[in-house]
Design a protein. Structure first.
Length: 260
């Protein structure tokens, strides 16, 4: 990455002014440039490099956001995504502090593949929601899929839960890779151990980003893997649905015990 003041300037890939899938309500979404993972299914391969710089100051980004405040406030907010936004954590701390002055709901879309440093803790203390991408619940399969084992992201999820930070879980369903029934049951068990999961989304794998790999001169890693269908998504939901039923049951049981 080029030399610049990383507390007050950021390397940005693009902006979306009316996002509807990256948190509650209408969102202003900032896609940060740079990612340390190597997800074989990535549909934005052009966000990996930290050299394709579009450098913006905090003031420039806030000015863009406030242009749309009437649309994103109060039911929506701002989501930072990528790439991987947490690679620019010092900038995010300053950005979120400034945005808090406008009472905006702030969300982070992240892999959680980070050590939980003091900077990460400070940023999360300013965060209203984390959209956490669980790459794979099996550590070795995760390493094969994205280049890293999953220990850090699972520990990240536990930290969010222990600190009462709301979580939306996301997992991409890739036929033959992330849809094994035993793996989905392990995922269910892990999610049951967390206290602040508000939503679980299974996302359909597709290869519509393949051309980006090819345009950059890279071989698309999952060439030949079929796209996930609605049936694949419904199957994953069915396998993990017990998780929701059990959570409701224990909440009911706990309330009854409290009444007694």
């Amino acid at each position: 990455m080029n030399n610049f003041d990383k507390e007050n300037f950021a390397n940005v890939h693009s902006f979306e002014s009316f996002g509807t899938v990256d948190g509650p309500g209408i969102r202003f979404v900032i896609f940060f440039q740079g990612c340390h993972l190597q997800c074989k299914y990535c549909h934005n391969r052009d966000t990996w490099s930290t050299e394709n710089n579009q450098i913006y100051s905090i003031d420039e980004i806030i000015d863009r956001i406030l242009t749309y405040k009437n649309y994103i406030y109060p039911s929506g907010g701002v989501t930072v995504s990528g790439g991987e936004p947490l690679l620019q954590v010092k900038f995010l701390i300053n950005l979120f502090k400034r945005l808090k002055e406008y009472n905006l709901h702030l969300a982070i879309d992240t892999s959680g593949m980070f050590n939980i440093t003091d900077d990460i803790k400070e940023l999360l203390s300013l965060t209203d929601l984390v959209l956490l991408d669980i790459k794979h619940i099996d550590s070795e399969k995760c390493k094969q899929l994205v280049g890293f084992s999953n220990e850090k992201e699972l520990e990240f999820a536990r930290y969010l839960s222990d600190n009462s930070i709301p979580i939306w879980i996301r997992q991409v369903i890739i036929p033959g890779i992330t849809d094994d029934e035993n793996d989905l049951l392990k995922l269910k068990d892990f999610l049951l151990s967390l206290k602040t999961v508000e939503k679980v989304d299974f996302l359909s794998y597709h290869d519509m980003g393949k051309f980006k790999w090819e345009n950059l001169g890279f071989k698309y890693e999952l060439d030949g893997v079929r796209s996930a269908t609605n049936e694949d998504i419904e199957r994953a939901k069915k396998i993990t649905r017990i998780f929701l039923k059990i959570r409701v049951f224990f909440l009911f049981l706990k309330l009854n015990l409290c009444v007694r």
